[in-house]
Design a protein around this ligand. Structure first.
Ligand code: SF4
Length: 313
């Protein structure tokens, strides 16, 4: 492959295919309850990212069992990652967070992934997670929403944090040896190619372990949907998105695992999803274009470590 795929990483790490089992917790988000802001990010629907999830009224064990019963026979799967996906899953007292994660430490669960915001990770939270990893022998992955390095855009989307909180969360998570997957949207309306490239450079400089790319989708009933219908914002073409993904990969450290090149969303709840094209078709287009150009992840990742003084060494 011309980039480091998640499926290959999982096979290398666990010796076989590994599947994610979504879990919902009864959590909200500090950008919705007034702690950091109200109404959430302008693109976020009321159910957050969890349109595939079971209700949070079910216990962690019940949700894992139900999802495993569905996925295991379909894919002949034997190893899983419990994925706490919806809203901000570390927006909890540390001890309570630990209880939920412990409930996911079961046979066949090799890791726990927690989607959260950069401003929802204190040292106490990180300490709890690192201790569970060490005592229970499972991997913990923090999936951190950043969306863009462009802090002007972060203000426009009402993100409720800026770039500094992300840098802080990554640096502190590293002290606890917790792996970070960063979520990015490469086509936010105010961003350009320069931002796409800078996203890759920042993740490479910070040494995050994984990244997940999304194209912006417009969820019905959101502020972004109003702007879209009023013509206040326009979205770039699919071709431009593909160019940004390729440039992003070229500047990205080759050791960073790429979970996705484009996200998935149900079309019936959106005004715009992936240019009304299947996500796998766009992924194939990206891969074919990279092959045509004979390019790959990391081809232009030569800017770190004192580039200007290299000739003196
Ligand atoms: S931080 Fe995440 S859950 Fe919270 S409002 Fe933004 S997108 Fe939604």
């Amino acid at each position: 492959m011309r980039y480091r795929t998640y499926s290959e990483y999982l096979k290398q790490r666990y010796g076989e295919k590994v599947y994610k089992l979504p879990v919902s917790l009864p959590v909200t988000c500090p950008n919705r309850d007034g702690t950091c802001g109200y109404n959430g990010c302008v693109f976020c629907g009321e159910i957050g990212a969890g349109y595939e999830n079971l209700p949070a009224s079910m216990t962690v064990g019940e949700q894992l069992a139900a999802n495993k019963a569905h996925i295991a026979p379909k894919y002949k799967a034997g190893k899983f990652i419990a994925y706490f996906q919806n809203f901000s899953n570390t927006y909890l007292p540390p001890a309570r967070l630990g209880e939920y994660v412990m409930q996911a430490c079961q046979e066949e669960i090799v890791g726990v992934a927690l989607a959260t915001r950069p401003d929802c990770l204190s040292d106490a939270h990180l300490d709890v997670l690192a201790k569970i990893r060490d005592t229970r022998g499972i991997d913990i992955f923090l999936e951190l929403g950043l969306q863009t390095v462009n802090y002007h855009t972060l203000l426009k989307v009402n993100r409720g944090h800026t770039l500094a909180e992300f840098v802080d969360a990554v640096l502190r998570s590293k002290r606890y040896r917790l792996d970070i997957c960063t979520h990015l949207i490469l086509n936010l309306p105010w961003d350009g190619m320069t931002d796409a490239v800078e996203n890759a450079k920042l993740l490479s400089a910070l040494g995050v372990e994984q990244v997940k790319l999304h194209a912006l989708y417009i969820v019905k009933g959101t502020v972004m949907a109003d702007w879209f219908e009023q013509g206040t914002i326009t979205l770039v073409s699919k071709e431009e998105y593909i160019e940004r993904v390729i440039a992003f990969l070229e500047y990205l450290d080759p050791s960073i695992v790429v979970q996705r090149l484009i996200g998935r969303a149900p079309e019936d709840n959106t005004l715009f999803t992936n240019w009304q094209t299947g996500w796998w078709k766009i992924r194939t287009e990206i891969e074919e274009k990279m092959a045509e150009r004979n390019t790959c992840q990391g081809r232009l990742c030569d800017y770190l470590g004192g580039r200007a003084v290299r000739r003196f060494l």
